[in-house]
Each structure stands twice: as C-alpha cells, then as structure tokens.
Design a protein around this ligand. Structure first.
Ligand SMILES: [Zn+2]
Length: 260
C-alpha cells in the first residue's frame, strides 16, 4: 500500500493537479506517514528526481535541520491528543506569508481527526483559499471524526485496506449502490437485502463507496450523502439498541433523495 500511496501522489504532481488541500484517508500508519514526509521533502527539494529529495540542496539541509521555513507539520503529541486552536492560528499566520526559501509551502497535519472544533474552524478559510502557495496534506484513519466542513474543502484519496481488493459481495454491494444513486434500485428492498450484514458494516462500506466516488467526480451531493452516513454511524456507535433495520431504511431513502 505505501507504494500505491506514493504512485498516486506522484501522478497528481506529474499531472500538475496536486490540490491545495489533500486528505489522505487510511494513511496515518508510520510507514505511510514516513512516505508522506518523503513526498513533502521531494516537493520542496530544488533538485528532486522522480519525486525524491536530493538530500544535498539548501532546502534538503534545512529540512534535515528541522528549520525549513516553508515546511510545517502538526500532529497530536503525547502531551495532548487534540490539536488546538493556537497551533492552527500560528500555522494560518505562517501561510499568509510568501514562501521564504522554496516556491511553495507544505503543511502536513497528521491524524487530522485530532483537530479540535475551534482549530478546525480556524483552518477552514485557509483550506479554501490557501495563500502564499501553500499545500495542505491532512491524514486521517477515521474521516468520520473530521468535521464535514473540513472534509468538503479537501480532495480525498482513500487508502483504506478494504478498497484494495474488494471481495465479491463488496463488488455486488457497490453495484447496488450505483443502482441506488441512479434511482434504479428501491431503497427499501436494498435495506432488506443488506440485512445479512451488521449496520456498522453496511455504513462502513457506504462510506468507502462514497469516498471513492468523491475522488472521481467531486459531486456536491456526495458530500451530503456522506454526511448522512457519518451521522447514522455516530448514532449507531453510541446507541447499540437502535432498530438497525429502520435506521438503514431511513438512511437509504435519504441517500436516494440526495440524487433526485
Ligand atoms: Zn534537495
């Protein structure tokens, strides 16, 4: 999977389509974090080859000394599991300056689900219109824990394991989803068909399906649908006694209507 992550990031760069706000889902493990870091260093390096930093130029020396003025990373620390507003305000102020050394700034936020709500809000405007040629790379294992307002401002790439090789039932599940959103399947019949899976399992698959679709077409309605899924997942995780079948029916009707 790290290889896939690297490939997809380089594809974006080579196509000149690196978005100013990128959300990497399922890329928070140490191997992938190291890769994201390598990627950022390659972007800042003056003589990068195939995306890899040269380790010799001025930029690479500054990065090695942790003093590169155009590179910033935030993550929760052992002292605090949340990323607070002060850290984000500092970041936003830095973003407003022009790059000092490279032609761009790279800001990495590992485990962005740890941004507290004030920190997320402080970040929104900058994510939407990054000044100073800033590129944000956010990673998360649990996109559901990020505010929809943050998610919707980022282009998402999904590296959750389930996406890599879908077993048959998943493939069928995804074609059922296609049918639902194209109004070729009845939401109530689908809810009945999916009864054999737990509600959380269905929600997880819907989330993967929608994230994948968002990556392909960035349709606004998909974010709305994704929010419906996240909402129900929150409820389902907090209250084990809810009637899962009724909940799923209501959700599928809502998703169906998102695309009416
Ligand atoms: Zn270099």
């Amino acid at each position: 999977m790290p290889h896939e992550l690297w490939q997809r990031l380089q594809t974006l760069v080579n196509a000149g389509k690196l978005p100013h706000a990128l959300l990497l889902i399922g890329a928070s493990n140490p191997a992938n974090q190291a890769l994201v870091q390598d990627f950022a260093e390659g972007l800042l390096c003056e003589r990068a080859q195939a995306g890899r930093a040269c380790t010799h130029c001025k930029s690479c020396h500054l990065l090695a000394a942790h003093t590169h003025p155009d590179y910033h990373r935030l993550s929760s620390t052992t002292k605090s599991v949340t990323i607070g507003i002060d850290a984000v305000r500092e970041l936003v102020a830095l973003c407003e300056q022009t790059p000092q050394c490279a032609d761009k700034k790279i800001i990495i936020i590992f485990d962005a689900e740890h941004l507290n709500i004030n920190a997320s809000n402080a970040l929104l405007k900058t994510l939407e219109e990054p000044a100073g040629n800033a590129y944000f790379i956010l990673t998360t294992q649990t996109p559901a824990a990020l505010p929809a307002t943050v998610r919707s401002r980022c282009q998402a790439l999904n590296f959750s394991n389930a996406m890599i090789s879908a077993p048959l039932w998943q493939q069928e599940f995804y074609s059922d989803c296609d049918a639902l959103f194209l109004h070729r399947a009845d939401p109530l019949l689908l809810a009945k068909k999916w009864q054999t899976h737990s509600l959380l399992e269905v929600l997880e698959q819907l989330e993967l399906y929608l994230s994948q679709k968002i990556e392909q077409d960035l349709q606004k309605n998909r974010f709305k649908s994704l929010d419906h899924v996240y909402h129900l997942r929150k409820i389902a995780m907090q209250h084990a006694t809810v009637n899962p079948q009724l909940q799923l029916e209501a959700l599928l009707i809502a998703l169906y209507n998102d695309f009416s």
